[in-house]
Write a protein that binds this ligand. Structure first.
Ligand code: AMP
Ligand code: MG
Length: 706
């Protein structure tokens, strides 16, 4: 069964009965049925809300609708908590445990602090619950958090870390009172769950359930709430927008989000949509997908009065003004190589998740091992990777362990196969052995909640390994930047076609299309346009409709047939950048229907240099990957060259025998020199006289790719 007909989002409250007048911090329920947004429902008390929800579930089920109901409080506690309280790892057993104890009334009077006291008494030391209205009431509940050690179970769940939520389910008082909401919410859920057709995600099999209860968190769409709230009560805006976001997702996307949860979710629960904040926010804002605003109209403006702009100044200006123009989508991890990570990626799980053995050998408690010969009895069984040993290894005993196996209880140290003798049910070796020897600690590589990869990163194969290891199966990435490439000129004919006298083959387009594909962008081949205003205009119109950025070559000067610069000037958004660069002149930069256009020179050598030096980093910024600076290397020159001051120069070059050699001719029409070269030598703006052996800056072409 896929898809839901109705989405309801409940903003729960732990407070007393709220006023008749709709107000904040009460219970609010947002409903979207068959795409129709209902006005948020206001409930004055939990008793009233539970009645409303029961009626709602019954009515929806009777109408044959499939319903997802989200509640904004944790469905579970950090790993280990439930076991400590109930003796079982089953979070639903705790729901029942709580339901048997919590009392509530129409007026909102309840015993949550007494029940929290009872739980705290089960734990050694202060806590885990803390916060109360009176400093001297409920002696088992600390007034403040200071002094509570969250050792037996963590303070936050894996999903809280993944969603970057700062609240804790142990905080009962002072905002946010999440802890109280859980205690007053789970008993209600325990009752709703008993109704026919209701399943709890992700604890139970929800795939065919008519009614699915999920945990949600409005913090995931906070930017949307800020944008849309206006005078509306915040809680009402939250449930309205979050129900809109979940209802607005395609069935497939919602299914992906339901499937995307960490390995701890069966015990701790999970926040639906954690890690998909950008996508939910954009749908909540009514955008199909988050599309960043277009560039500002003056993004290519040069400072007044400047005649020739030095390369570095031009780059600094561009860097300042180029912002991401592509939205975000979620893709399966397996397909994410080369894509730009849209959000910081937080580890959902530690790597390694549990302490394990780094070698094949025998494991035991290190503390019991002294110096000299050791003979330990072997317990029956073994621990292997993927097949842990379920029992406990008593102190003074050892167990067979294989590389990658979780360390069994009672084992913290491993001795290598090569260092032991085994026989007669015993293992013998020589001490001492450092405690922890030959083992890997949980999280020694990356621990849960740690930043694994930063937004803007172009994902490498190794990044995918890391993302997988820390629990991700899908990644939020930037949509691929679409780059349109257009050649202009009456003389240009298609490669391989018949060329009449005076015609030349289009050399720029195959070069620029394949270069942009190597950069990781999606290329849109716009073909050739003749030197004719109308033709060029409609080619630009089409390119702007199909791409996020346009590269043209030819027609960028101020001559009669230079239609690219003329058209861009007509729109008022054109700048002809007179950059002090050789080869490179002229470069026309402008916006066409909000889409940036890099009007490159027609000359293939200049077209390539301008693309690498200017368009490449600008496109990096537009794609969400930030401003990539190519890595250059200082190497001795294998050539001599005298250069006047006033402009920076790039020479076609390559490295042979550790020295940079340059192409025999600097002619800017010499395409063979481009093909010969493996990189560029960059000569500074000022005058230089390079002698063989002098250090020069060499930038390999491959430096422009990453
Ligand atoms: P333009 O910038 O249009 O004045 O062109 C400068 C020079 O580059 C001229 O010699 C053009 O023929 C040549 N050119 C322009 N576009 C291309 C192209 N796509 N392939 C090869 N050469 C070109
Ligand atoms: Mg031309």
């Amino acid at each position: 069964m896929t898809g839901f007909d109705t989405i309801a989002i409940v903003d729960w409250s732990a407070g007393k009965r709220a006023p008749a007048q709709p107000s904040k911090d009460a219970i609010w329920i947002g409903v979207v049925r068959a795409g129709d947004e209902q006005a948020p429902v206001y409930c004055r008390s939990r008793v009233e809300a539970e009645e409303w929800l029961s009626g709602f579930i019954e009515a929806e089920a009777q109408a044959g609708r499939r319903v997802l109901i989200g509640f904004d409080f944790p469905f579970g506690y950090p790993r280990g908590f439930v076991r400590h309280v109930t003796g079982s790892n089953d979070p639903l057993a705790f729901w029942d445990w709580l339901e048997a104890r919590i009392t509530d009334s129409e007026a909102g009077e309840n015993n949550r602090f007494d029940v929290a006291s009872e739980i705290n008494r089960l734990f050694d030391g202060p806590g885990p619950f803390w916060g109360k209205p009176l400093e001297d009431g409920w002696p088992d509940i600390p007034y403040r958090k200071a002094g509570i050690s969250y050792e037996l179970c963590a303070e936050r769940r894996a999903c809280d870390l993944a969603a970057k939520a700062s609240s804790s389910c142990f905080q009962l008082f002072f905002n946010p009172t999440v802890g109280s909401q859980v205690l007053m919410g789970l008993p209600m859920l325990a009752r709703l769950r008993r109704r026919a057709g209701v399943s709890v995600w992700p604890f139970e099999d929800w795939s065919d359930a008519q009614i699915v209860l999920t945990e949600i968190w409005p913090g995931l769409i906070e930017p949307a709430v800020k944008e849309a709230q206006g005078d509306e009560i915040r809680d009402a805006a939250q449930v309205r927008l979050l129900s809109r976001a979940l209802a607005g997702l395609s069935a497939e996307r919602l299914q992906t989000m339901l499937a995307d949860h960490g390995s701890d979710a069966r015990e701790e629960a999970w926040i639906l949509g954690a890690g998909h904040s950008e996508e939910l926010t954009s749908v909540a804002c009514g955008r199909v997908a988050l599309e960043p605003p277009p560039l500002r109209n003056d993004c290519f403006a040069l400072p007044a009065g400047v005649d020739w702009t030095p390369v570095d100044d031009a780059l600094a200006l561009l860097r300042d003004r180029m912002t991401p123009v592509v939205g975000v989508e979620t893709v399966p991890l397996m397909q994410a190589a080369g894509r730009v990570l849209a959000d910081d990626l937080v580890a959902k799980r530690s790597n390694p998740p549990h302490p394990n053995t780094a070698v094949d050998g025998y494991g035991f408690a290190g503390a019991a091992i002294g110096e000299g010969p050791q003979v330990l009895p072997l317990v029956d069984g073994r621990a292997a990777a993927g097949a842990p040993f379920a029992g406990v290894v008593p102190e003074g005993n050892a167990i067979r362990v294989l590389t990658g196996a979780d360390l069994p209880d009672g084992v913290d140290t491993v001795v290598l196969d090569e260092d032991v003798r085994v026989g007669d049910g015993h293992v013998a070796f020589r001490g001492p052995l450092k405690r922890g020897a030959n083992t890997r600690k949980a999280g020694e590589d990356v621990s849960q909640g740690e930043l694994a990869l930063s937004a803007g990163r172009v994902l490498t194969p190794a990044d995918l390994a890391l993302a997988a290891a820390v629990g991700h199966g899908a990644l939020a990435v930037r949509k691929r930047l679409r780059v349109a490439v257009l050649s202009t000129g009456d003389e240009i004919v298609e490669p391989g076609a018949q060329a009449a006298e005076g015609q030349i083959f289009d050399a720029n387009r195959p070069m620029l299309l394949s270069l942009c594909a190597q950069f990781g962008f999606e290329v849109v081949d716009m073909g050739r346009a003749a030197d004719d205003r109308t033709t060029v205009r409609s080619a630009l119109d089409e390119a702007a409709a199909r791409a996020d950025v346009i590269l043209t070559s030819g027609g960028a000067s101020a001559g009669d047939e230079d239609h690219i610069s003329a058209l861009l000037r007509e729109t008022g958004a054109m700048q002809e950048w007179r950059i002090a660069l050789k080869p490179g002149r002229p470069l026309a930069l402008g916006l066409w229907a909000d889409v940036p256009v890099f009007g490159l020179p027609g000359n293939p050598v200049a077209a390539l240099v301008c693309t690498l030096i200017f368009a490449r980093p600008a496109m990096g910024a537009l794609s969400g990957a930030g401003w990539p600076a190519p890595q250059g290397f200082t190497v001795p020159a294998a050539f001599e060259k005298r250069k006047k001051p006033g402009r920076r120069e790039y020479l076609r070059a390559r490295i042979r025998d550790g020295r940079a050699e340059v192409f025999k001719s600097e002619g800017s029409g010499r395409i063979s020199g481009l093909s010969w070269a493996e990189g560029l030598v960059e000569l500074p703006d000022g005058a230089v006289h390079v002698q063989p052996g002098d250090p020069v800056r060499y930038i390999p072409f491959s430096s422009f790719l990453c």
